[in-house]
Design a binder for this molecule. Structure first.
Ligand SMILES: O=C(NCCNC(=O)c1cc(-c2ccc(F)cc2)cc(O)c1O)c1cc(O)ncn1
Ligand SMILES: [Mg+2]
Length: 214
């Protein structure tokens, strides 16, 4: 049967990127998505904004909601210090299987824990399951109608601390209107919009950075 797009994306990584070189993995995926087949990675333009926020926060613990093929997982993990931990949640087992191989090709398995399942099920179990008290940085890139309920859940479960940074992809396209309204109007968040474009296109999109004030 015909291969899937994530399988073809992985093939492009294995063909064009150097094992153990995260930057070559990022470049191979961006080249594939720009020249062969569009895919819903955060991409190079928004990826540079992501890089800047990761470098500024310099997190010891990162939670990523929505792994897909592992592109943003590799982008984030390559910037983390040696003993930092990135936990990434993916609901779709086919996406997870590809992401594991992309992360391994980049040589970043030590820093990354990929967990398969629904964010709503796993967020309440982060402390007991992975021994993480709070997350310094959360990257939201999963189902757009889950951003708000999962943010409220993270607050309730106490996995955010004063100063935790939430960075949300796709707040314009496909859009997360209820989430945007919440973080921009809640007294418990300091929010900032980084205008950009939908990955590999000229369509407007952007990242919303929201600092939890405790
Ligand atoms: O689709 C699952 N996750 C990806 C969430 N991400 C997105 O949906 C997403 C979509 C777009 C996008 C934008 C314009 C357009 F025309 C089409 C798609 C861009 C992005 O940057 C995303 O991040 C999924 C499936 C499943 O079965 N189980 C759990 N999750
Ligand atoms: Mg996205």
């Amino acid at each position: 049967t015909r291969s899937t797009r994530p399988q073809r994306l992985l093939g492009a990584v294995q063909k064009n990127a150097t094992r153990g070189d995260p930057c070559s993995v990022i470049q191979a995926i961006d080249h594939f998505c720009r020249n062969k087949e569009w895919a819903m990675n955060v991409g190079d333009e928004k990826g540079c904004i992501l890089d800047a926020v990761v470098s500024e926060v310099n997190p010891a613990t990162v939670l990523e909601l929505g792994t897909y093929c592992g592109y943003s997982t590799v982008r984030i993990a390559r910037l983390l210090p040696p003993d930092a931990k990135l936990i990434t949640l993916e609901f779709n087992p086919d996406f997870a299987a590809i992401a594991r191989q992309v992360i391994a090709w980049a040589g970043l398995e030590e820093k990354v824990q990929l967990v398969e399942g629904a964010s709503g099920d796993w967020i309440p179990r982060m402390k007991e399951q992975f021994g993480v008290k709070t997350f310094d940085l959360v990257f939201l890139d999963h189902w757009k109608d889950r951003y708000l309920p999962d943010t409220k859940l993270m607050e309730e479960c106490g996995i955010l601390r004063k100063g935790s940074v939430l960075l949300a992809d796709n707040v314009i396209c496909p859009g997360t209107p209820d989430y945007l309204e919440f973080v921009r109007n809640s007294p418990r968040y300091e929010s900032q919009y980084f205008k950009s474009h939908l990955e590999y296109t000229k369509v407007e999109d952007g990242l919303e950075k929201s600092v939890f004030l405790g």
